[in-house]
Design a protein around this ligand. Structure first.
Ligand code: T1G
Length: 693
């Protein structure tokens, strides 16, 4: 059973014990239910105490059980909570560390609740595209008030228990030994009657019409593609306007509807995918990690400065090395400016500002970085320069230092070959702006040591990045896929689209930015540089020339005041460019392509399936460990819409046979070779399987 039972001083203590977070899976629910029955039948027991073993009271319902029969298998969570509430002896919840979702709802069903300070209290279901489905929307407003409850439910964010100490949620805060305090409390209230039930608390909320109208407008504006937040408002309003039972029905109906939505499945996919990404099959969890107490960054440019900030933000001192004082001063000044902006916007306290700025120092001498535990090079993306840097690092860095490269496409194995310690070399591909984007592609070289790999993965978590392991290939995972996406976007221009149509179609699909706006932001010259290399290396690979024509006109994007779009000084808004559009139309004529009307659905299919197909090759080559890793990369590094779950999840949702059929259709058009379906995609489609099995 995932709950233990013992009687102490006539108090029956039921301890949930389902590591790691006491998820309320069927076994745990049964353990609580049976323990309660036993306690109620034992005349020596005067009160019941429910608590959680380990690092949580309870992290809520077991999300892994959703959309399986186990979720509602009796005793389901409703039955457990109903049994607690109906008990004829007082049931006390002793909350510590984490009480979230169904875990908090379980506590709300108890007659009393005591808590240790510092516990994270939350109903985070909305972050999974759901809403509290075991009475949370009806009980929480009754104990903390409607406004606080609505805010907690609609944001899903945790509140420290001590902040809720003055509410009816907690009858007592217990410092020190929670169990001793809780048992003493239980003894004090054992004979008290009637037993208080949250459901009996009446809500008096006079200005509800106005309040809920504002709530709906605010929540609706932010919810965009997600139905759950507005449903949360409906349920909390029901708590105010209806009887408890009627409100519970509103909650249940909405929960059952939401748990079936693709949006919720996508968010749950993301939740588990983010955690799965940290697992490296051939690197056991107990592999020893190297201590990372200090860091160094080579290069104080945009990337180097951003990377350094990640370390400072995590409290790790970092030394930034540049080739000359001017570049160093410029880079450090940019870093300071970033922190000053955060300070001005109230996102940073003065204390944190001082601490972080103090943790970043600069130098021109390799001698000052030789004792760093990790050094990350963020110099110009040219192998010759990388070689010079890594030969120098090999010479000066202490034994055991991790030598990392922030390269976005170059061969980590070649870079490792510039050193006598290839086992210490790894790729840490940050995404710009490096201090903001959560994605970190961790590129594993053929000789990268397992301890270096696991150390870097745990460092990713420490600096609040989502680390995803990639093998070595040109462009790793994300950029190799975006290359095909960009090729297809170019072909669409030649065949009849203009940049604003393609961008609009992709932004309506949910991308943060379409390919051409993205190019103007990142700099069209970046792709130009890479294509020139590709033309030499892979003359068989066809690209549209439109992007080259654009760059030959110096239209690199926002940084040159003009790109695919025109820009006005000080205004980042893209304006369709007649010059560029005429250039595209003339180019179609020059290459003898008759332009045609292309629908938005065709644009979306061709761009998204270009990603999916390349990812299928990447998976088959073992460059990516699993399909959900590809989804995590696109959701956190490339603006793929969260409600679609990532390219692989989206393809699974559409149905792989449909993807193959669509690709076969496009293979009949120009550049048909582009649409050769990856064998893995064809195999899975034929077997009726999915990427994310
Ligand atoms: N169900 C299943 N597994 C869970 C889980 C859960 N609720 N919470 C965590 N895990 C797993 C997680 O996948 C990971 O697994 C391990 O536990 C450690 O997690 C009816 C419907 C609790 C704050 O949304 O926010 O209740 O990778 O690395 O950093 O109304 O986990 O080790 O195999 O995150 O210490 C609502 C989700 C559910 C809380 C702990 N509850 N969890 O953080 O550990 S729906 C949530 C968290 C619900 C009811 C509704 C965090 C945490 P693995 P971790 P952590």
């Amino acid at each position: 059973m995932s709950a233990s039972y013992e009687v102490k001083e006539s108090v029956a203590v039921i301890t949930m014990n389902n590591p790691p977070v006491n998820g309320l899976g069927h076994a745990t629910r049964s353990g609580i239910f049976d323990g309660l029955k036993k306690a109620l039948a034992d005349s020596a027991v005067k009160a019941v105490l429910i608590t959680g073993a380990g690092k949580a009271f309870s992290g809520g319902a077991d999300i892994k059980e959703f959309n399986t029969p186990k979720t509602f298998a009796e005793p389901n969570l409703h039955s457990v909570i109903a049994a607690i509430e109906a008990a004829d002896k007082p049931v006390v919840a002793a909350v510590h560390s984490v009480a979230m979702g169904g875990g908090l709802e379980l506590a709300l069903g108890c007659h009393y609740r005591v808590a240790a300070p510092g516990a994270q209290i939350a109903l985070p279901e909305v972050k999974l595209g759901l809403l509290p489905g075991a009475g949370g929307t009806q009980r929480l407003p009754r104990v903390v008030g409607v406004e606080t409850a609505l805010n907690m439910i609609v944001t899903g964010n945790p509140t420290p228990s001590e902040k809720l100490a003055g509410t009816k949620l907690f009858d007592r805060m217990i410092e020190g030994d929670l169990m001793a305090g809780a048992i003493a409390f239980a003894g004090e209230i054992a004979e008290k009657r009637p037993l208080p039930k949250v459901r009996d608390i009446r809500i008096n909320f006079p200005n509800r019409e106005a309040f809920f109208k504002v709530a709906r407008d605010t929540v609706g504006a932010a919810a965009k593609h997600f139905p759950a937040p507005l449903k949360c408002v409906d349920c909390v309003e029901a708590a105010v306007t209806m009887t408890f039972e009627e409100g519970m029905k509103v909650e249940r109906d909405n929960f059952l509807a939401l748990v079936q939505t693709t949006e919720s499945k996508a968010l749950r996919h993301y939740f588990f995918g983010e955690r799965a990404a940290a697992k490296i099959p051939d690197v056991p969890g107990e592999t020893p990690k190297r201590p990372i107490k200090s860091a160094a960054v080579i290069g104080a440019g945009t990337m180097g400065g951003g990377i350094a900030m990640n370390f400072a933000n995590a409290g790790i001192p970092v030394m930034v090395l540049e080739v000359n004082q001017e570049a160093l001063d410029k880079g450090l000044a940019t870093v300071r400016k970033n922190y000053e902006n955060s300070l001005k916007k109230g996102r940073l306290t003065q204390e944190k500002f001082d601490q972080r700025v103090g943790l970043i120092r600069g130098t021109l001498s390799y001698d000052d970085i030789k004792n760093a535990d990790i050094v990350i090079e963020a110099v110009f993306e040219e192998m010759g320069i990388k070689e010079k840097v890594f030969r120098k690092l090999d010479e000066v860095m202490k034994p055991g230092a991790i030598l990392a490269s922030n390269t976005s496409t170059l061969d980590i194995n070649r870079i490792a070959g510039f050193t006598k310690r290839p086992q210490d070399v790894i790729g840490t591909h940050f995404f710009s702006p490096a201090n903001v984007m959560r994605l970190l592609e961790i590129v594993r070289g053929a000789k990268t040591g397992k301890d270096v790999l696991t150390t870097t993965m745990s460092l990713a978590k420490k600096i609040k990045k989502i680390g995803v392991v990639s093998g070595v290939c040109d462009g790793f995972i994300g950029n190799r896929m975006i290359e095909q996406y960009g090729r297809q976007a170019g072909f669409l221009l030649e065949e009849g689209c203009l940049p604003e149509q393609v961008d609009r179609a992709m932004e309506n699909f949910g991308f943060a930015m379409g390919p051409f706006r993205m190019g103007d932001l990142a700099g069209n010259d970046v792709g130009w540089y890479i294509r020139k290399r590709r033309y030499a290396e892979r003359p068989d690979v066809i690209y549209s020339k439109t992007a080259d024509l654009l760059c030959e006109r110096g239209r690199f994007g926002q940084k040159t005041g003009a790109g695919w779009y025109d820009y006005k000084p000080g205004d980042r808004k893209p304006y369709p460019s007649q010059l560029v559009n005429d250039m595209i139309i003339n180019h179609s004529r020059e290459i003898g392509v008759e332009r045609r009307e292309i629908s938005d659905p065709e644009i979306v299919e061709r761009l998204v399936y270009a990603l999916v197909n390349e990812a299928a090759y990447i998976l088959a080559e073992g460059i990516a460990q699993r399909a959900s890793d590809v989804d995590i990369i696109y959701l956190t590094g490339y603006g793929f819409p969260m409600h679609r779950g990532g390219p692989m999840f989206y393809a699974d949702t559409v149905g792989l046979p449909h993807v193959v059929t669509a690709m076969e259709k496009y293979a009949g058009g120009r550049h048909g070779k582009f649409w050769k379906p990856a064998p893995l995609l064809v195999k899975l489609a034929a077997e009726g399987k999915t990427f994310n099995e």
